[in-house]
Structure formats: structure tokens, C-alpha cells
Design a protein around this ligand. Sequence first.
Ligand SMILES: NC(=O)c1ccc[n+]([C@@H]2O[C@H](COP(=O)([O-])OP(=O)(O)OC[C@H]3O[C@@H](n4cnc5c(N)ncnc54)[C@H](OP(=O)(O)O)[C@@H]3O)[C@@H](O)[C@H]2O)c1
Length: 165
Amino acid sequence: MKVGIIGSGGIGGTIGTLWAKAGHEVLFSSRNPEKLSLLVTEAGNNAQAGTIAEAAAFADVIFLAVHYCTTDDAIASAGSLDSKVIIDATNPYIRADDGQIQRVPNVSSGLELAQKVPHAKVVKAYNTLPTATFANEHHRADPYALFYCGDDVSAKAIAAQLNYR
Ligand SMILES: NC(=O)c1ccc[n+]([C@@H]2O[C@H](COP(=O)([O-])OP(=O)(O)OC[C@H]3O[C@@H](n4cnc5c(N)ncnc54)[C@H](OP(=O)(O)O)[C@@H]3O)[C@@H](O)[C@H]2O)c1
């Protein structure tokens, strides 16, 4: 599977690396792709780096892992996402005026994303566990559960089989 990572930070870098090491072709993207050289080296031969638009053009599946408040920027930078499967790991948290992280009330970031890119196939997943669990416990004998949801049956099947065990 060809996977484009949009938001190659904590969760995007971790999951993309697991997928690359499991044999998937992974293009990590950044607004500054040159800073991803160490990540690409660590992820191995199936990994490369590029711009956000390059990741979108390359991939069958997009892994969206940016902060909620930068989702619109990321989508705009991606260009067309028509027919792409987007696995959306974002959570609707923002930094409030007092500096505290707060959940945005009454918002489903997955539903919002699906409305913003109506010709893509959005699957919400990977947002319910912390990065450290994916990084450190991905091969434990008693596997953790990952929840996913979306409206497109075929996209959910792809998300379910895109594993790294
Ligand atoms: N951390 C967790 O444990 C965890 C677990 C599950 C889900 N999540 C969710 O995953 C998302 C990312 O969390 P994270 O902890 O991985 O954050 P992070 O390490 O800060 O990574 C966010 C990435 O977003 C990119 N970015 C920033 N501004 C952007 C913009 N304007 N346009 C496009 N890309 C932009 C940055 O890439 P460049 O600067 O290289 O462009 C950065 O690598 C959040 O929505 C969070 O709620 C986090």
C-alpha cells in the first residue's frame, strides 16, 4: 500500500515508521521536508520524504496527523484528495487563551473532515491511544484494540488491514 503521512510528528512519524518497516511504501511529508531525513533513515528503505502535495499525489491512503487547528492548512496544501482514503488521527483539542489544552465542545473532527473533503473516504482511527503505546507496545502478545469508524465500507476495510504486526 502507498501511504502518505501528512503531519510527520509524534503520531505520524511513529505510525508511518511502523508501516514502512512492515513493507508499505511511505512518503512522510512536511512543510519543510528536508528536516525529515533522520525519520526517513530510521524508517528504512520503504520510506521517503516530500511536500504535503507530493504525499497526497503519491498515496492511495493518507494518514492525517496534524493538530486540529491546522487541518484546513494541511488540506489546502495537499491539493486534490478526491478518491483517497484518509485515515484521520486528529483530535479536536486547542490551546485556550489561558494556555491550557481544551477539547473543542460539540465537535467531531472526523465528521468535519468528511464534510470538507466530500470526495475522499474518511476513516477515523488511531486517535484513541497515545503515541507511546504505538511506539513501545506494537508487538505485545496481548494486542491493544484500535477503534475505527467511517461511512465507506471499502475504506474501513483498508484501514483495518493496514497493520504492522
Ligand atoms: N500525541 C499523541 O499521543 C496523539 C495520539 C493520537 C492522536 N493524536 C492527534 O494527532 C495529531 C498530531 O499530534 P502529534 O502529537 O503527532 O503532533 P506533533 O508531533 O506536533 O505533529 C504535528 C505535525 O503537524 C505538522 N503541521 C503543523 N502545522 C501545520 C500546518 N499549518 N499545515 C500542515 N502541517 C502542519 C507539523 O509538521 P511540519 O512542521 O513538519 O510541517 C508536525 O509534524 C493531533 O490532532 C493529536 O490530537 C495525538
